[in-house]
Design a protein around this ligand. Sequence first.
Ligand code: ATP
Ligand code: MG
Length: 852
Amino acid sequence: GAQANADYLSGLNAAQREAVETLDGPVLMLAGAGTGKTKALTARIAHLMSTGRARPNEILAVTFTNKAAREMKTRVEGITAGEGAGMQWLGTFHAICVKMLRRHAELVGLKSNFTILDTDDQIRLLKQVISAANIDEKRWPARQLAGIIDGWKNRALTPAQLGKSDGAAFNDRGVQLYAQYQERLKALNAADFGDLLLHMVTIFQTHPDLLEQYRRWLRYILVDEYQDTNVAQYLWLRLLAGGHRNICCVGDDDQSIYGWRGAEVGNILRFEKDFPGAKVVRLEQNYRSTPHILAAASSVIAGNKDRLGKELWTDAEDGEKVRLIGHWDGEEEARWVGEEIEAMVSGTSKYAKNRRNPRSKSIEQEFERLAKAGKLRGAATPEQLFGILKAQNSPFAEFKTRKLMWELTERRENDLPLAPAFQKFSEEEIAIMVRASHQMRSFEDRFLSIGLPYRVIGGPRFYERMEIRDAMAYFRVVISPDDDLAFERIVNVPKRGVGDKAMQGIQVIARQNGVSLKEAARIAADEGVLKGKARTGVAELIAALDRWSSMAVQQIRFPGVDDEDEVIEAEGQRSELSHIELAEKILDESGYTTMWQNDKTPEAPGRLENLKELVKALEQFENLGGFLEHVSLIMDNESEEHGAKVTIMTLHGAKGLEFPVVFLPGWEEGLFPSQRSMDESGLKGLEEERRLAYVGITRAEEVCTISFAANRRVYGQWQSQLASRFVDELPVDHVEVLTPPGLYGSQTRGMFGGGMSASFEEKVSRADAYNSPGWRRMQERSGQRGMAQPKEGRHVVIDATATSSFTEGERVFHVKFGYGEVMEIEGDKLTIEFDHSGPKKLVASFVKPANK
Ligand code: ATP
Ligand code: MG
């Protein structure tokens, strides 16, 4: 290739350089987050090529995600003047193994065009295998068997390698079912994900000649995120590296977060034993984050017993402390994050105003750097480069270049001189990282309604998800019976025996009579055009739709007949069958919820969770119609595809990435750490959650904000939440506790005092936030109302549900009914006279004190 640019070496520190330049023999880079492992790995690839050690197709480079592979390829291309494009063997374990297996499929009884089963297909096939073996699928669910088999495959175990005792589950027939499943796969010319590696390991173990060939072809092996490899991946790597031993692995034991998927952090710790004489390089300088952020991450991860322990340092300027804030509930949290981001991107936030990025350069320096990297595209000045990029609508994705473009536009438009520091943040520089994907909905909703562009990584956006579209289609038909598209979507979901033919019949009737599909379906059922199951199914659906529609219209009820515990409605007001209850009824009676409850695929629980989120979203609206209108408007607004966007993703998906601004919401017991990890015996699960916290904090470059809410709806029920134990583990000196805005009153006290250990609280109470006038005001208020009660020793209930927390005559606020005044208190029930909807009796925990 062309003379490569050796600049990639001068940008490295001594330890990195050593790792890059030690081309032969095994090398292990074991180092903390942001120390430049990935950067060094990329430089190593460039170095292999530019020294002529290896051609692009002789290098095997494994990344953890396809996205990471694309990024690495782009970077290598940048360094090697395009030569990296020839890298055929750069990708994830799966991607690389598929490529290999297609060539040698016949060795495991497959044809080269084998299909790869997704999880749904896998479960369906297992169901067949289970029922063919006369096993009751209800007692021994296919999903469970899938988990067991995946576990075996992750450990590279074939049925033949397993003993009888290994099949303890499934009436001791696990291994036998596994063997039958593998036979079925072969007959179908198919492989599941686990097979890709398992087959390749088997092939290499049984065909030494072939393995030899690959060892000659793939002379250099590089692996990123090595701490998350499972046994099968490990064996595959060890087989391939066995001859030449030119293998370079990089990783961080503190970032091992896929144990639940069979990853074994032991692989990285065993490297020196597997490859005696390996050069071990340790990197300790972090180039990503400010000292405060780094200190926070180090303090949290120090809570883990099972770790090697590494020191990280940085010479970056102090920057901002990690920010910690508690909110009333998840919606408030999303609202606050939305406002913060708006302030950051518009430049009104103090963080934007104070922004001094220690790594930012002047435009001239940046231009210089791009010139060295050969990326000027013929431009002679920054202005020209900008013009070219703009004209080409360049997908030139490199971060610094986007900054450059931004700076140039900004400066040009405001006629300002070029300045060395960037001030405002761009949406592109901001990410929200959640523990569980159902947390995304409240952020998406908020961002949609304030018009903040965002993207969701690792899944479709909330309102584009299948189950959400289905549910909304039901609502649409209930509100507008003529909505044919919506009707078509739901008429056979869940299955009602309405196949293509039946649907065609209904469409013909609709056209002939000029009526909606719903009316046509009614006619088809009444007049016997539909037969059998389809007929009863459709008739029942139409009757139910009619019933729901009338409920949506009337919703009138009269007082005096109510049970005392129910909300008392004033005369002429709408009935207590709120639109929320109606929505729940529709999802229930239509069989839609049941359909997902009976579904045993791994996605089903998530879908149910999303449906609950949908119902929750309704709370902010008066009725179903208003909600549907809102969604259609915001979805329409969001057509613009290009441009800077805020990223919403899970913590698991964030590995290896970095953003100047990171929000980490939902740090609450049961959510993060997850309930499952808390229920587990032993510390394994909790330690993995803590590593996830470490991964989250270390993604942030400049501003890191952690938040938690006092109340959250979990499985449709409001719950008082305790702040996460990880909040306790933050180092006080590096944390700024923010006073939440607005409405909260006494609960604020509970949030800060309640969520944290006594010592933390004591330390925090010296923090500035506690001396602010707003804070003192709230403390006074909480003093009047009495403290929250301790629960489970260390923690204190955040939400004061105690009877004493409200007084008669107090002004209060309820999410649905708005403002009102407490008339009467009985135990935890309040009778409230609402300003707009009259008197109601409610459970106290659903009401917050109003502040006027
Ligand atoms: P993680 O463990 O999170 O994957 P990592 O160790 O792979 O982190 P990188 O992503 O390679 O770290 O680097 C982190 C940041 O530091 C990047 O922005 C990178 O460009 C920068 N960086 C790495 N090494 C250096 C260096 N020697 N000089 C300046 N910046 C560096
Ligand atoms: Mg990395």
